[in-house]
Design a protein around this ligand. Structure first.
Ligand SMILES: C[S@@+](CC[C@H](N)C(=O)[O-])C[C@H]1O[C@@H](n2cnc3c(N)ncnc32)[C@H](O)[C@@H]1O
Length: 228
């Protein structure tokens, strides 16, 4: 499925923060071209990794600590990360170099553009961790959890694939639960309170999660199965 080209696509949020130090600029010049998602054309495991490995996508990976931890723990999986924030991409490149990761591909830009190019039912897992909450009601359309992006994600996830969403924002959590409950193609996997209140062992913390915890916020971990 390809997203409706008439849909307004606009990325909100920062593209760059502090100026890059020379080591960071070097990562962008030398490592990014090696691990960047190729420009244009369809994306599948063969194009990205040269084989037929399972593909996982992280939407808005921030500084890439979760992406790198998942890649290190799952060397047979291909991790695709999308993040428009240059300093975040540099963070992910640093993790990839330090940990010698070969199973990571990065797109510096909108995750929707990557989703558009993936074949239907090609992802076995997707992560949306601490998405920008856009707490004001008039900005609700900017939230990633909205029918348009969710339709696209649903098309690209294989049957029984998992979608993981984390947030420490009560408005976003409630919004997500309502949006997802209105859909037949995602089934919430929680059986007990602990399932959404406690971070599963195979769910490494992100920078935003750590910040939320330091501030004394609760964090919610939502897991959905892609249903037919
Ligand atoms: C609140 S931060 C969370 C970062 C990271 N996931 C974490 O938990 O530490 C949200 C991130 O999503 C990114 N983002 C926003 N819209 C995006 C989009 N359409 N595609 C990819 N990334 C996006 C932002 O640049 C930002 O880095």
């Amino acid at each position: 499925m390809t997203a409706d080209p008439t849909t307004l696509r606009r990325l909100y949020g920062r593209r760059q923060g502090h100026k890059l130090r020379s080591g960071q600029a070097d990562l962008v010049e030398t490592l990014l071209p090696q691990v960047a998602v190729p420009a244009g054309g369809s994306l599948d495991a063969a194009t990205l990794f040269g084989d037929s490995r399972p593909l996982w996508l992280e939407i808005g990976f921030g500084s890439g600590e979760h992406l790198a931890a998942q890649a290190a723990a799952n060397p047979d999986v291909g991790l695709i990360g999308a993040e428009p924030f240059l300093n975040g991409v540099v963070g992910a490149l640093g993790h990839a170099r330090e940990q010698g990761l070969t199973n990571v591909r990065l797109h510096m830009g909108d995750a929707l553009d990557v989703l558009d190019r993936l074949p239907d039912a090609s992802l076995s897992r997707a992560f949306l961790l601490h998405p920008d909450p856009w707490p004001k009601a008039r900005h609700a359309k900017r939230r990633f959890v909205n029918p348009g992006p969710l339709d696209l994600l649903a098309a690209k996830l294989a049957p029984d694939a998992e979608l993981r969403i984390a947030t420490d924002h009560a408005v976003y959590c409630r919004w997500t639960l309502l949006q997802m409950a209105a859909r037949r193609d995602f089934v919430w996997q929680a059986a007990s309170r602990a399932d959404w209140e406690q971070r599963p062992a195979d769910w490494p913390p992100t920078r935003y999660e750590a910040k939320a915890r330091r501030q004394g916020h609760e964090v919610w971990y939502l897991r959905y199965r892609r249903a037919d």
